[in-house]
Design a protein around this ligand. Sequence first.
Ligand SMILES: C[S@@+](CC[C@H](N)C(=O)[O-])C[C@H]1O[C@@H](n2cnc3c(N)ncnc32)[C@H](O)[C@@H]1O
Length: 402
Amino acid sequence: MNYFWFQLWREWKLSIAEILAIFPDSEILFSGSSVLILWNILKEDISTNFSKIGWTIKVFELELQPDLEAVYEKILEYSKGSEWKFKYSLNLFWSKNLKLENILKNTKKIFKSKNISARYFNKDDWKNLSSGQIIWNNVLKKWFDFNLVDLWWIFYFWKTIQVQDIDSYSKRDFSKNRDMQVGMLPPKLCQIMINIWRKNIFKNIENLNIYDPFVGLATVLIEALNMGILWVFWSDLNEKMVDESRKNISDFISKNLLKNISFKIEKLNAKFINESEILQKEKIDLIVTEWYLWEIMTKKNISLDRINKQKESLLSIYSKFFENLAKVDFSWKIVICFPFWELNGKFIYFNEILEILNKFCVIENIFKNSEINLSSKSGSLLYKREKQLVWREIFKLKIKKI
Ligand SMILES: C[S@@+](CC[C@H](N)C(=O)[O-])C[C@H]1O[C@@H](n2cnc3c(N)ncnc32)[C@H](O)[C@@H]1O
């Protein structure tokens, strides 16, 4: 039986939701706020599709070792055949008794005693390597990132199979035509939003059709294309955003030499989504979107009055959007974000939107796996960013037929 350790991102509930959606047949051995341990998944599935997973820092397999000596032996084994100076990093998890510093120093001694030239990447602060350090030092391409899990003197050890390429996100983000007035969804969040509706992401992702009716800079669709989706559709009320999104998507397609992409764009007020030619003529599987006020709120200017005004204008669009969507004869699947706010240390949720959602949609359980349910009472998951006052609440919906 193979166990896999998934190291989770800060927003660990979203991270777990995504992993479980991607590996629907997996079984949970352990879940916590920084780690999810699964079994009943194939290593090949993890390796070949890791770039489609938005929110896992790294994955390694867990191999039981009889004692610490066996762990050192393993590291020595990996160094065999290395023509150059052998380089590695080592990370220690959960240990109450061991110190990473001592283990690293021991490995150094062992290599020295065997006359093997070796060096570890961990710096003097004796911390586990971050995903950035692993990528920037090219550890996985040329060398090894080792992980030791110490569960009360039961040792598990394995090298990292995959680590998140954080540079690729910023590259995609900064190559875009940007308009700082338009609030953008974080690319990783877009990936998660796409993933949480998919039953098995690895099967036929290219046939999934995605539509974003508040496209803005097209962040959702660029992530969709990057995940291998071939059919993307979008609309926006603003002519300028229609043009900018077209440019961003065309640039992405040509820079990445993507082939067989089908897309259609429309200038449309999403209040009248039922008039969308895209919805009428194309087979859309999934709507992934966010219409979000780009008004920036700071500690100085945030107030209940401003929040209520934001709510009002969001409601004026969304009430029509959902009502008209329900008129189109199809049970649409949607993943969508709504804002919530922090005012004087208290959270103000957009409870008014729930009334609309309950009228026109079924709020789906984000966690299909019956073993675990981490969603909020209203069925959402939250996404917060430090130092901000306006955050996101994510819902997975199915439009009711009315
Ligand atoms: C904040 S942006 C979306 C950003 C996008 N999610 C991204 O990450 O690139 C919101 C977009 O909704 C568009 N919009 C506003 N009201 C609309 C409406 N009634 N119908 C369609 N689009 C609308 C705006 O023009 C803007 O481009």
